[in-house]
Every structure is written in structure tokens, then in C-alpha cells.
Design a protein around this ligand. Structure first.
Ligand SMILES: [Zn+2]
Ligand SMILES: [Zn+2]
Length: 319
């Protein structure tokens, strides 16, 4: 192997911290389920950042920022990455689509094409051996986070998102998927540093805003989102005898703004609402209704009455 190629191979894992299209050219190519630990350094660093809490301290502003960023980004992930990009449960203009794609990207869960394409694949093969993140097939840890750390799932599944990939702005966000999270981190630092200078009484600093607003908020968001792939295929009730092991779980629905009604969701994935009945709390759906009332999105797809029928309950708990 010549020196230039060897150097390119050695660089590739670092390149993949920034370039979502960097291909598997590092060591161990041909081992699809191998975890590239070097590639996972940013993901691990965000977790490690939470350990700095005792040093940066706490302030009302920092905690409020963490909570607000959790809520805003959870809504962007569930409402747009999931219900819009992956399932096309409603329509949106290009500006709104892009704005929420940026907000979703700030959650550091890769780009909209990557997220939607792997999720579409999950629905096509849920809890079958091909499912990338079935806890029944591959165990809890793999379904929760091992699957996306593996080299086989690093690239988006392009063939499943051809219509979304027509938009160059989405391709850009998807390829340079570290850009928006890095900008958010920088903004938080600047806001905290300014607060320290201009309003020292608040007790807020740049480092504190990064640890609370970025690290703590993003890690909470990570594990709430991942729990739908792991826990929501394991724990809860099955109203419908879907072909997978999806379950409805109130606690997960509260944490994830409605995604915990996962058995409902596998019953009819194209619906804008995942709480099929009024008592099934679905904060994302209420938010989408608000955006629709404001005229920002259109055509929220309802749940067909026939699919919601109690008659559909035959075979409950079959799995
Ligand atoms: Zn599922
Ligand atoms: Zn889905």
C-alpha cells in the first residue's frame, strides 16, 4: 500500500467525526458489526461532559436552558425526524422542513436522511433478524445503542430516502451532521460567558451552559430516544397484534412526548398521532396541531377508524 493511501485510511475515522459520508476505509473493513470506538469519541465525550457537573455548578438559567433544549429538540426529533421525514405523516413547506431539520440535527442524532432511512428499515423488518435494533433479536444493549455505533449502520440507507435526498439542503445537513451541534455548543458557551460578564448575579458561566445545556440535555435526549428502540419493544401492553413486539408504555410516552405509544405506532405508522385515544398523552401531536393551526404545516394524517377498532385487538399478547 502506498503512503498516501495509508495516510488516507488513518485519517478516515477522524474525518467521520465531521463527514457523515466518510466510508469504511479504516482498519477492520469487512467486519460490519464491529464498533469503531475512535469514531464514537464525540458521542462518548458528550457523556463524559456530564461528569464535569460538580466543577461547573448549577444555576436556574443553566437548568432552564437544559430543560428547554430537551423539549424543543425532542419535539423536532419526534415530530419531524420521525413523523415527518420517516413517515410523512403531514406536509410542510420547504422552509419549515429545513428549520425543523436544523433543530433536529442539533440533537446530535445524525442527519435527517440517516435517521429517517434507518427508521424506515426498522419498520420494514421490525423484530426480524434483519432489524438493526431489535432487542428480541440482538439484545438490549445492541438495540439501545450498539447498532448505530457499528460500522454497518454508519452510512444512511440511501435507497430508502430517495425523495428526501432531492433537497440539497437536507443532503448538506446530513453529510455535515456535526456542524449544527457544534454551533449550538458554541452559542451556549458564548451566552454563558456573556451572562457571567453582564449579569454575574445569575451565577452562570460558559462552561456551565455547555455542560447543562449541551451535555446533560443531549444525553437525556439520547437515552429517551433510544429507549423506544430498546424498551418499547419489551415493556408495556400490546393493544394490537402487530407482527413485531412493539408495546404501549405510558412512562416512555411521557418522556418522549408520545413515542411510547409504540404498539399503536407500529399498527399505523403513517398517523400524525401516536396516542390513538384522548387519554393517551401525546405532546408531539398537540404541538403539531398547534403548528397546523398556525398554518405552518398541513394535512395531518388521522388514524383510520377501522384500524383503531377494538375488533383489531384479536390475538392480543400473541408475542
Ligand atoms: Zn419499533
Ligand atoms: Zn416509526
Amino acid at each position: 500500500m502506498n503512503t498516501a493511501r495509508r495516510a488516507a485510511r488513518a485519517r478516515a475515522p477522524f474525518l467521520a467525526w465531521f463527514d457523515g459520508r466518510a466510508r469504511d476505509v479504516g482498519a477492520g473493513a469487512g467486519e460490519p458489526r464491529r464498533i469503531d470506538w475512535l469514531r464514537q469519541v464525540p458521542f462518548i465525550a458528550i457523556h463524559a461532559g456530564c461528569l464535569a457537573l460538580p466543577w461547573v455548578g448549577v444555576s436556574t438559567v443553566a437548568v432552564a436552558t437544559a430543560v428547554a433544549l430537551y423539549a424543543l429538540r425532542m419535539f423536532a426529533i419526534t415530530g419531524f425526524y420521525h413523523r415527518y421525514f420517516a413517515h410523512q405523516a403531514f406536509r410542510a413547506g420547504r422552509g419549515v422542513q429545513f428549520a425543523f431539520a436544523v433543530l433536529g440535527a442539533s440533537a446530535a442524532q445524525r442527519g435527517p436522511l440517516w435517521w429517517a432511512s434507518h427508521h424506515r428499515h426498522h419498520h420494514g423488518h421490525a423484530d426480524e433478524p434483519e432489524d438493526s435494533h431489535s432487542p428480541l433479536q440482538h439484545g438490549f444493549a445492541w438495540s439501545h445503542m450498539g447498532w448505530f455505533m457499528a460500522r454497518e449502520n454508519f452510512a444512511p440507507r440511501d435507497e430508502l430516502v430517495r425523495s428526501l435526498a432531492r433537497h440539497p439542503e437536507l443532503r448538506f445537513l446530513d453529510r455535515w451532521d456535526a456542524l449544527v451541534p457544534a454551533l449550538l455548543l458554541a452559542l451556549l458557551w458564548i451566552a454563558g460567558a456573556m451572562a457571567e460578564r453582564l449579569a454575574p448575579g445569575l451565577g452562570t458561566t460558559g462552561a456551565q451552559m455547555v455542560v447543562w445545556g449541551f451535555c446533560v440535555s443531549t444525553v437525556a435526549l439520547y437515552h429517551a430516544t433510544f429507549s423506544i428502540n430498546s424498551l418499547a419493544h419489551r415493556f408495556g401492553r400490546r393493544r394490537y397484534a402487530t407482527r413485531d413486539a412493539s408495546r404501549n408504555n405510558l412512562w416512555l410516552a411521557l418522556l418522549t412526548f408520545g413515542e411510547g405509544w409504540h404498539n399503536n405506532h407500529h399498527r399505523f405508522p403513517a398517523s400524525a398521532r401516536q396516542g390513538f385515544f384522548w387519554w393517551e398523552v401525546d405532546l408531539t401531536y398537540y404541538g403539531l396541531r398547534l403548528l397546523a393551526a398556525l398554518g405552518l404545516i398541513h394535512g395531518l394524517r388521522p388514524v383510520p377508524a377501522a384500524l383503531r377498532e377494538p375488533a383489531a385487538r384479536r390475538g392480543e399478547d400473541a408475542r
